[in-house]
Ligand binder design. Structure first.
Ligand code: HPA
Length: 270
């Protein structure tokens, strides 16, 4: 469906994407958005067959993701009595399309009625106990991207950017889940060992290149946020090895089934 989106601000663009989404999915109101990060895509299948699957490019304001491991599809799935939107692949800040593009899916979902946003990602770990394949709940974040999706005097409260209530639900589902502070870099280069030393001094536990702007936009829109990192590697300089994207994807792939089950159980218990 082509509509004229010229001259719309980011919120109007999200509202227009939400209208097309409702039409394409025949679901007037979605309840939950689940964003699947690098390597998490196979976890989508744990939600069962999609009522509808569309390519994000069918919606106003979206562009195809540029990164391997990100499919650019949106699924609408019914879980219990909730309509769940699953975003397979996201736009990253390092793609250079700007912060509004990074959070467009979150704003669209919120315009479509979503009150719960589940953000997943692949992350490097500063905690040597968290070996590749370990899921870690995000309890707070340090935004070192240099960006924000907020423009003007929008003084959004981010005291509890990741909902304690949702973290408790996740811990009921999976009692061994630990929590950490996610530190977001602009990327796309991985961090230097010196930057990892800085993150450690700041109190960060996980490093990645996503999620932080989306969680801010979700809070701006009044949604509750759950964040889960899948550790795919020890942070730069910690293992004596170099980092690469294939390793990140492989770690995601082998954990995807377990992660899918975890996500579905969390959504069932919302
Ligand atoms: N750093 C940044 N992003 C990442 C990493 C990392 O070590 N692993 C997966 N995504």
């Amino acid at each position: 469906m082509s509509i004229d989106t010229e001259g719309l601000d980011p919120y109007q663009l999200a509202a227009s994407a939400a209208r097309v989404l409702a039409k394409e999915t025949k679901v007037v109101h979605h309840d939950v958005l689940v964003v699947l990060g690098s390597g998490w895509t196979p976890a989508a299948d744990a939600f069962g067959p999609a009522s509808t699957e569309i390519s994000v490019t069918e919606l106003p304001g979206f562009s195809a993701p540029a990164v391997a491991g990100h499919s650019g599809k949106l699924r609408s799935v019914r879980v219990g009595n909730l309509n769940v939107l699953i975003q397979m692949g996201r736009t990253h800040y390092y793609e250079g399309k700007g912060a509004h593009a990074v959070v467009h899916a979150v704003r669209t979902a919120i315009a479509a009625g979503v009150k719960t946003v589940v953000l997943t990602n692949a992350a490097g770990s500063l905690n040597p106990k968290w070996v590749p394949g370990t899921p870690v709940l995000i309890k707070d974040q340090i935004n070192l991207t240099g960006g924000t999706p907020l423009v003007g005097a929008r003084f959004v409260d981010v005291t509890e950017i990741y909902s304690k209530r949702l973290r408790n639900i996740a811990k009921q589902v999976s009692p061994n889940l630990e929590e950490g502070i996610y530190t977001a870099f602009h990327g796309p280069q991985y961090e230097t060992p010196a930057e990892i030393a800085m993150v450690r001094a700041m109190g960060g536990d996980l490093v990645g290149m996503s999620t932080a702007l989306e969680s801010i936009a979700a809070r701006e829109g009044g949604a509750e946020v759950l964040g889960i990192s899948l550790v795919t590697n020890l942070a730069a300089g910690m293992s004596g090895e170099t980092l690469n994207h294939e390793e990140v994807l492989a770690a995601g792939k082998s954990a995807a089934e377990t992660m899918g089950k975890l996500l579905v159980e969390v959504v069932r218990n919302l």
